[in-house]
Design a protein around this ligand. Structure first.
Ligand code: 13P
Ligand code: SF4
Length: 322
């Protein structure tokens, strides 16, 4: 198949998607890790926190979530009056899969006055057991907003949990889950990239296996003061890249963020800390599946009313902070 045929096929698909979006009054929300062609036609491209916020603000009866399942569930819980669709129901998250609602109940059984903070990368049933939800964009603010002197469980990401312990100085029980993509971004890789690119600024997601090491550089070598290392959510990476005086960046997270970083900052260079850091779940969403989703209004994501009501408290507290 020649290039022009492929391009024409893509153009036709995009035209179909645009027509169906208008017909249904739908809004398309894409996460920063989505395929470039999905990002390019979305109404909103953002991190988990902004996706959750925008889902609530948008005046659209149908929301198509181009992301993973917990993102669609979060949108459905916060927007019971909107129809929430995901183009592929099997787009999961290896981190969210590390914990179940029963695990949270077991911790509570031994910490009767404890507070549970659930990262947004969790199933609705887990959020329903939590007191607060958070994302990488507001996790520090959420921990700082908690009452002092109560036991805290942060779940399910151990790297982000350790980062929170260090930044807030608080004793926190941390669930030992990890994301297979971010765990592969190791401290050895960070050391090697620092040596190879001494002039670069490092944008590091707090789920990365190298986050403790990035903090070490920040504390011992003044990386943060020197503007050399930023530990940030994917949306904060976009903001930082815009305002930073650096010309070259090494980006430690899923490689989907490079598309927006490059498009929004044409004079700057962005390198993947690891080119193979791809989330296969995020990449399950394709133009064809998005077209089918809009055409057949599938796959609708709903959450049982009792679970949604309990999870909504934690999500609304998250949206109110930071
Ligand atoms: P952000 O909230 O930073 O977009 O991250 C979401 C995620 O799934 C990280 O892997
Ligand atoms: Fe989950 Fe990791 Fe994929 Fe993010 S990158 S959606 S944490 S599996």
């Amino acid at each position: 198949m020649g290039t022009s045929t492929i391009e024409k096929g893509t153009r036709d698909l995009v035209a179909e998607i645009n027509a169906l979006r208008t017909e249904h009054g739908a809004a398309i929300l894409a996460h920063n890790y989505q395929r470039p062609e999905i990002q390019d036609l979305a109404d909103v491209v953002a991190d988990s926190l902004q996706m959750a916020r925008r889902a609530t603000e948008l005046d659209a009866p149908v929301l198509v979530i181009c992301g993973v399942h917990f993102m669609a569930e979060t949108a459905a819980i916060a927007n019971p009056d909107k129809q929430v669709l995901i183009p592929d129901l099997t787009a999961g998250c290896s981190l969210a899969a590390t914990i179940q609602a029963a695990d949270v109940r077991a911790w509570r059984a031994t910490h009767s006055n404890g507070v549970v903070v659930a990262y947004v990368n969790t199933a609705a049933g887990v959020k329903a057991e939590a007191d607060y939800c958070c994302t990488s964009g507001n996790a520090v603010a959420v921990i700082r907003a908690l009452p002092p002197d109560v036991p805290v469980l942060f779940l399910p990401d151990m790297y982000l949990g350790n980062y929170l312990r260090r930044v807030t100085g608080r004793t926190i029980d941390v669930w030992m889950g990890e994301c297979h993509v971010h765990a592969g971004l190791t401290r050895e890789m960070l050391a090697e990239r620092r040596a190879a690119y001494p002039d670069a600024e490092f944008l590091v997601h707090p789920e990365c296996g190298c986050v403790t090491s990035a903090m070490y550089y920040a504390e011992t070598e003044g990386d943060v003061a020197a503007g050399r290392t930023q530990i940030v959510s994917t949306e904060q990476m976009m903001r930082r890249a815009r305002v930073s005086p650096a010309r070259r960046f090494v980006v430690a997270t899923e490689t989907g963020v490079l598309h927006r970083l490059r498009r929004e900052n044409p004079g700057k260079e962005f390198l993947a800390a690891r080119e193979t850091a791809e989330c296969r779940y995020m990449k399950q969403i394709t133009l064809e599946k998005l077209r089918d989703s809009l055409r057949d209004l599938k796959y609708e994501v709903t959450v049982a009313a009792d679970v949604a009501a309990r999870a909504r408290r934690a999500i609304e507290r998250m949206l109110a902070i930071g």
